[in-house]
Design a protein around this ligand. Structure first.
Ligand code: PLP
Length: 352
């Protein structure tokens, strides 16, 4: 029966997941693993979010609110009078926006190397994917991107970029917005760690979407909830294209409460800034400048996979960057974890 499966899925491999800490622990007989592969907040969720989630759990005999008002209201009271859409993680938002705008054969442009899901989701919709490589220092050549993305329905740009860690300036983003005909999806999964504010651009451009997630700074990765700032015209069409009741009531309630706990986020952001600096100073390989809660490290002459394997053997899970198309084979991506995890990482990598 497998002849029934679409050829695009047979030709390309799917999303590459980080190796599971439990599997590594079993494989090497270890009790404690430093988990630095998925850019999560290693700390628990905000107590307010936990309480809201528990209360919402008591209501799950009913379908959730299809307008996700509890979260929409929290977003408006946090950020002001903007337009939002929500989804099952930012991944769900990305998928639904593609479904809303892209017909088979339409172009989708992606600034690479970057997060792999843009291409997978675009391919699933039958798009023609145009990749636009970054410069040698991983900055974005705006002219080159505009030229290649001119007629694309959607252009994906990640800032701060996963996995390279660097951010694109608001001026450069503005130049891109003015130069392309389609929509710019600016993936801001890590923007809280950067100090850059793209929000003023929302009022001035009709073609900008800022993707956000609760999976990183807010400690809610397991609840799968994300959102985006959108232009006014987009939400009604997004609702029409989207899966009904896709955001569940527990996730929506937890996310709304998490937005209110600014201290929870700020504590982690301060921790990240401190450790980015320490890792950059103490690791003996070149650490690239990062505006995110992870750093990319050039481990040449070793290969990405060999280094990841060696670190795993010593109880530290990091991400090999081999699966990021357009990147050479000697980078690893390391999340900022708890103190003991970061210390263990520095000690192990410097001893190799
Ligand atoms: C983690 C991540 C996301 C999405 O995360 P969700 O868990 O689906 O909200 C999106 N973009 C980038 C670049 C990410 O690293």
């Amino acid at each position: 029966m497998e002849q029934l499966v679409r050829s695009c899925y047979k030709k390309k491999s799917g999303y590459v997941f980080a190796k599971k800490a439990e599997d590594i622990a079993r494989e090497y007989g270890m009790s404690r693993i430093a988990r630095l592969a998925s850019n999560e907040n290693p700390g628990p969720l905000s107590p307010a979010a936990l309480e809201a989630a528990e209360a919402a759990l008591r209501t799950v005999n009913r379908y959730p609110d299809e307008r996700v008002n509890v979260l929409m209201n929290a977003l408006r009271s946090t950020y002001g009078d903007y337009h939002f859409v929500t989804g099952v993680g930012m991944d769900g938002v990305i998928e639904t926006i593609i479904r809303t705008l892209v017909d088979p054969g339409d172009q989708v442009a992606i600034s690479t190397p970057s997060f792999s899901f843009y291409a997978l989701a675009a391919m699933g919709q039958g798009a023609e994917v145009v990749t636009v490589p970054r410069e040698a220092d991983f900055s974005v050549d705006t002219k080159k991107l505009i030229k290649a993305a001119k007629i694309a329905k959607i252009t994906f740009l990640c800032s701060p970029n996963n996995p390279t860690g660097n951010a694109t300036s608001t001026q450069d983003v503005e130049e891109i917005l003015a130069g392309i005909e389609g929509l710019l999806f600016l993936d801001n999964a890590y923007v809280e760690f950067s100090g850059i504010d793209y929000l003023p651009l929302m009022k001035r451009y009709e073609n900008l979407v800022l993707g956000r997630t609760f999976s990183k700074v807010h400690s809610l990765a397991g609840l799968r909830i994300g959102y985006a700032f959108t232009p006014r015209w987009l939400p009604p069409w997004y609702q029409r294209a989207g899966t009904p009741f896709t955001v569940n009531s527990v996730s929506a309630a937890a996310a709304a409460a998490a937005l209110g706990d600014k201290e929870h986020a700020e504590r982690f952001i301060a921790h990240v800034r401190e450790w980015r600096k320490r890792i950059t100073e103490e690791v003996k390989y070149p650490v690239l400048p990062s505006d995110a809660n992870f750093v990319m490290i050039d481990v040449a002459p070793h290969t990405s996979d060999a280094m990841v394997e060696e670190l795993a053997r010593q109880g530290v899970v990091v991400r090999s960057c081999r699966s990021f198309a357009g990147l050479e084979d000697h980078y690893i991506r390391v999340s900022i974890g708890e103190d003991w995890e970061n210390e263990q990482f520095i000690q192990v990598i410097n001893s190799l």
